[in-house]
Ligand binder design. Sequence first.
Ligand code: SF4
Ligand code: SF4
Length: 227
Amino acid sequence: MNRNISLEEISDGKLYDVNDLVKADCRDCEGCFDCCCEMGESILLDPYDVYRLEKGLGVSFEKLLEQNLELHVVDGVILPNLKMGGKEERCTFLNEAGRCSIHPFRPGICRLFPLGRYYEDGAFRYFLQTAECRKQNRSKIRVKKWIDTPDYKRNEAFILTWHYFIRTLQERLTAQPDMEAAKRINLQVLEIFFFREWEDGEDFYDQFEKRMEAARSALHLSDGEKG
Ligand code: SF4
Ligand code: SF4
């Protein structure tokens, strides 16, 4: 979460750890699909989201960009997001019955909702957005169960690395007066983390670490330069 948003304004004011109970469980949504429509460009994808989509659907990133994803600039950095389409501005993965057609490999932001992440001092905790989910009588559930993501520790380390890497890039690129240089950097990052297909049968996090090393070296970022 960006620091210029007040936590009190959008949440119940508490921060949750992964093993805490939180009132987030909307019990299978029961016919609601509000947060799968009219989300604009807000459902950003990270490399793990794209890896899951590539492997789950058996398609390349290029193919996903033809129908389901789009690219947009977030504070100087080009990132992919879920595309909304049609009159109702629905996510392209929402089926006719109003259910997510890619539930087992849905992106991380969809897994979190209505939770968000609050980053501080090189770590993050979770907060509960109070105005985003229309279900009023949600049940308590453990954060870890709600986000339904295996290998939590490694996933957490990946999320932090990616978050601070993007933040560093954003600081660099918003201060970069040379538009051509900024474009070149963006294309390098897109190629390393999104366009280059993720290998089958090789652990995602191992691949990510290698690519992060390559990106830091290509962009002349030091290991300690994490934002
Ligand atoms: S708004 Fe809440 S109840 Fe509706 S689909 Fe989203 S998470 Fe489910
Ligand atoms: S991927 Fe699934 S859960 Fe996420 S917005 Fe699309 S339909 Fe909804």
